[in-house]
Design a protein around this ligand. Structure first.
Ligand code: CAA
Length: 390
């Protein structure tokens, strides 16, 4: 039985800051951010968007009534979950009005969470072929103002429906994974900003890629020639390229050209959104699928997932016939085209806004946020959400 990605949706908040302006404000050459890091725009989440609303908005666009009935498992991958007890999946389940006879949980392993969710979903569908699983990958990446990680922040979510006979990408069973207990990036429970050893994280990302790629090759007997494209977890768009370059010589000139060209296409959305942690790999896949109109059904796509701390995995999928008909290209184009630029001081003000932690009541101006699902306020230490369509 084929199991894989049946639907894929994406949402980013409507605000962004231009990386050239951020560079100037930080006394950095703009080319460092736009070329050295490879980022052009950074999504900014207003106070009315959090990982729950971003995920719910991403899912809203792709689910029909039949999906809502058939989804019996919601798995929410996130690094920036909003509650230490209640899963973000339960909130989204409620906001979307899904079939109550469902499991809803949250998975955490930095940027690897959504990949674990997809593998878990695959197992669930293998045992229950009629079921559909909603996998949510949603994060707001925060390092802090004026930090070296600042240029690699971002906000957004990807929603995936995993099912049997998927319309977009059938996931293959061969996969290679690796865990090593390292401190390259972490976020203690008391901090809303990540701690990172930047250089070490870059080195470990590449090392993990090399190890899982070698392991995958020996498990599968496949090599670069068997791949139309390889998508990467993209904390910033230069990162995946650094990893890809370390294995390119294993392929012919033609393989190298194809993989580098598709790599560039796969980074377009990420370049304009920033790091969305666990959703980044799937945003890159979406970018490739929506922006390369020449991909052929039957092509194999590699996926490298990396979650600091660290867990890495290399796995693959096969593009399905007529997959393009099941993408939401126009919707995503509109999402990007209608965003609003904010200045660096405006971004800084938004960044510093926090929710009350003393149980007080606040109400937010949701009219200034075009998203359908918003955080409308807080009361008694509870987040209040609203679906404007209800
Ligand atoms: N023109 C063009 N390029 C320039 C330039 C200019 N004027 N000035 C500098 N550059 C280049 C540098 O040469 C460098 O390129 P290479 O890496 O190819 O050598 C690049 O710009 C970045 O410069 P620095 O290394 O000096 O940048 P930095 O030390 O200030 O910060 C960073 C870079 C370490 C990635 C930092 O942004 C960071 O810590 N980010 C967060 C951590 C992260 O994203 N790690 C990635 C792996 S971990 C992971 O993947 C999990 C996750 O999501 C967090």
């Amino acid at each position: 039985m084929n199991i894989g990605i049946d639907k894929i949706g994406f949402y980013a908040p409507h605000l962004y800051v231009d990386m050239n302006n951020l560079a100037l404000a930080r006394n950095v050459e703009p080319a460092k951010f736009t070329i050295g890091i490879g980022q052009e725009k950074m999504s900014i989440a207003p106070i009315t968007q959090d990982p729950v609303t971003l995920a719910a908005n991403a899912a809203l666009e792709i689910l029909d009534e039949q999906d809502k009935e058939k989804i019996d498992f919601v798995i929410f991958g996130t690094e920036s979950g909003i509650d230490n007890s209640k899963s973000a999946g339960v909130y989204v389940h409620g906001l979307l009005g899904l079939n109550p006879h469902a499991r809803s949980v949250e998975l955490k392993q930095a940027c690897y969470g959504a990949t674990a969710a997809i593998q878990m979903a695959k197992g669930h569908v293998a045992l229950n072929p009629e079921s559909k699983v909603l996998v949510l990958a949603s994060d707001i990446a925060r390092y802090g103002l004026n930090t070296s990680g600042e240029s690699t922040q971002g906000a957004g979510a990807v929603a995936l429906v995993i099912s049997a006979d998927p319309k977009i990408l059938a996931l293959e069973d061969k996969s290679a994974y690796l865990t090593d207990d390292i401190m390259d990036f972490w976020r203690p429970i008391y901090s809303d900003k990540a701690f990172v050893d930047g250089k070490f994280s870059n080195e470990q990302y590449i090392l993990f890629f090399q190890k899982v790629w070698e392991s995958y090759k020996s498990k599968s007997g496949l090599g670069l020639a068997d791949f139309e494209a390889i998508c990467y977890h993209l904390p910033y768009t230069k990162m995946g390229l650094k990893a890809l370059r370390t294995v390119l010589e294993q392929g012919t000139e033609k393989d190298q050209e194809r993989l580098v060209e598709n790599y560039q296409i796969s980074t377009t959305y990420n370049r304009n959104v920033g790091n969305i942690y666990t959703g980044s790999l799937y945003l890159s896949l979406l970018s490739l699928l929506e922006l390369n109109e020449n991909l052929q059904a039957g092509s194999r796509i590699g996926l490298f997932s990396y979650g600091s701390g660290a867990v890495g995995e290399f796995f693959t999928g096969i593009l399905q016939p007529n997959y393009r008909e099941h993408l939401h290209v126009d919707y995503h184009k509109q999402l990007f085209d209608t965003r609003t630029e904010v200045s660096v001081p405006e971004y800084e003000e938004i960044f510093e806004k926090t929710l009350p932690i003393d149980g007080s009541t606040v109400e937010f101006d949701i009219d200034s946020d075009p998203a359908t699902i918003c955080l409308s306020g807080m009361k008694d230490n509870m987040r209040l959400y609203i679906n404007k369509h209800n």
